[in-house]
Design a protein around this ligand. Structure first.
Ligand SMILES: O=P(O)(O)OC[C@H]1O[C@H](O)[C@H](O)[C@@H](O)[C@@H]1O
Length: 530
């Protein structure tokens, strides 16, 4: 079979959605689908149970309901259906009130800016949507993000907002309501409002797990106590990385004037296709199978996401969390140590052709590419940069050229084609990858819906902060010391103590570090010590 025939054989075309998936440049054998049939049957069956409300996240004993968010009729109880409907209606109604100037900033005047505080699943979705769908020049609110506890990063954002802080609505998003970075961002925002003589509560909205939904959230308690403008609920059956169509994404989208209904419709339409169509016509199952084929079901190859469209540059970051937090697991569902996962990275074409595509073409063959092709180059007339050739023609040429050049050198790729970048298409793309992740998890027998590994880093960070407090106290007591001296005085690991001392010297004006031959010889002195 020549490539043209292979292309036509393996192309999935959803003509009503305008979206297609081409897996012809993946070199899977002819009997691959037959061999995988027991597993794909199982994946369909597990997905059916999940969508019907089974406890699909076994160790956290939770249902997994993100598919219901765009088709609430599927939710397994009338209460859940009403809740989803009400979240959508309330997000839109609140945005309408803000846009109409019925809810105004403390000193009067319509809100003109939006500061979103969140991290991980509580930031990546809104960030991706904002970059893909919102044009700052015509959005009702200009959007900013606090997505870290980096004080320099926070200051840059605050400087950008500047004197407009008095017209800025801050939305703090955290499902657990206890994520330190988000708490810190909230406190920094609050302090900034106070420095400007403003009452933070009159500019603040929370999106968080609620007691009514069985989640104990410090953020909910705080927002209630301080009478914030509004609290939008999150449920326990939507995971952070699949929450972009929950209140996490709905509230920012509605505030930014994104067509929420269209985005949900796009996701629902993709769900319909990928829920019921047989393997050969099922884009989500095909993607999962291609991931399995590429990495031998062990994640041996990385997924390189290459959207040829600036607006989709954050897709790889968004998918990085969706795929890696879902699939990167130590144990399988039977408790065997499997260390699963697929590494995801990417940026955008054709920009990357001037950066890492050199390695993709010629270097270590440890990846497969996922091209995202946007058929309509731009709205409006385009300049001819060469006779009868536009920038858009160049972009398309680079995409097709790279796909070909990679294939000719034995590097596999899939290509997802969409008509343009709009809310409907973005909803469909998110839904496609969400279901592919769900199917793949069954193919490799893991729980895609928990994230036990994230806790280890959080705990170690907490330990560091405790040691830092002890180190500071010991230095005050001693006046001058080496890492070993402080470590033996407080009973801590010398290297950890050393990093604490270096941090203090870099950040606290009265702590000086004098360099010795080795870090162990460095001496730290409290300059104000008598
Ligand atoms: O929404 P939050 O509870 O603040 O959680 C924010 C993020 O942090 C955690 O560490 C999880 O690994 C993510 O899945 C989650 O999206």
């Amino acid at each position: 079979m020549n490539l043209w025939q292979r292309y036509q054989k393996h192309l999935v075309r959803y003509t009503d959605l305008g979206i297609s998936l081409d897996v012809s440049r993946m070199t899977f054998p002819d009997d691959f689908f037959t061999k995988m049939k027991p597993l794909t049957d199982k994946a369909f069956a597990e997905m059916k149970k999940l969508e019907a409300g089974a406890i699909a996240n076994p160790d956290e004993k939770r249902m997994v309901g993100h598919y219901w968010l765009r088709n609430f009729g599927l939710a397994p109880s009338p209460e859940l259906r009403t809740g989803i409907e009400s979240d959508i209606a309330q997000s839109k109604a609140f945005a309408d009130e803000i846009h109409a100037g019925n809810i105004v900033a403390e000193r009067g005047g319509r809100f003109t800016r939006l500061l979103i505080v969140g991290i991980g699943g509580s930031a990546l979705g809104p960030q991706f949507i904002t970059d893909a769908l919102v044009n700052s020049w015509d959005a009702p609110l200009k959007t900013h993000f606090f997505d870290n506890t980096d004080p320099d990063g926070l200051q840059r954002v605050l400087a950008d907002i500047g004197a407009d802080l008095n017209r800025t609505l801050t939305v703090v998003i955290s499902k657990s309501g206890g994520t330190p970075e988000t708490r810190n961002g909230m406190l920094e925002a609050k302090a900034a409002y106070e420095r400007a003589g403003l009452d933070f509560s009159k500019h603040a909205v929370a999106v968080t797990g609620t007691a009514a939904n069985g989640i104990t959230s410090k953020l909910e308690a705080y927002a209630n106590e301080h009478k914030w403008l509004k609290i939008f609920p999150m449920t326990d059956w939507v995971g952070g990385r699949t929450s972009v169509m929950h209140t996490v994404g709905l509230v920012p989208m509605a505030l930014q004037g994104v067509d929420v209904d269209s985005l949900l419709a796009g996701a629902s339409a993709m769900d319909e296709k990928t829920r019921s169509l047989p393997v050969e016509q099922n884009a989500a199952m095909l993607l999962a199978l291609m991931w399995h084929h590429a990495g031998g079901g062990k994640g041996a190859k990385d997924m390189v996401i290459l959207p040829y469209k600036d607006r989709l540059v954050l897709l790889s970051k968004y998918l990085q969390q969706l795929v890696m937090e879902s699939l990167g697991k130590e144990l399988d569902l039977d408790g065997n140590k499997v260390n699963q996962g697929i590494a995801v990275y990417g940026n955008k074409g054709s920009t990357d052709q001037h950066a890492y595509v050199q390695q993709l073409r010629d270097g270590v063959n440890n990846f497969f590419a996922t091209f995202i092709e946007v058929r309509k180059s731009a709205s409006g007339p385009q300049l001819e940069v060469e006779p009868a050739t536009t920038c858009g023609d160049f972009l398309q040429g680079f995409l097709r050229g790279t796909r070909k050049a990679l294939y000719e050198n034995g590097r596999e790729s899939v290509t997802i084609s969409v008509p343009g970048v709009n809310a409907y298409v973005v909803g469909a793309i998110v839904a496609l990858f969400e279901r592919a992740v769900g199917y793949y998890a069954t193919l490799v027998n893991i729980n895609a819906y928990h994230q036990p590994g994230v806790e280890a880093g959080k705990k170690a960070a907490g330990d560091f902060l405790k040691i830092l407090t002890n180190v500071r106290a010991q230095l005050v007591k001693a006046g001058s010391a080496t890492a070993d001296e402080v470590a033996s005085a407080i009973g801590a690991d010398a290297e950890e103590v050393y990093h604490c001392l270096v941090h203090l010297a870099a950040n606290e004006a009265h702590v000086a570090q004098s360099l010795g031959k080795t870090p162990g010889d460095d001496r730290f002195t409290l300059e104000t010590h008598a």
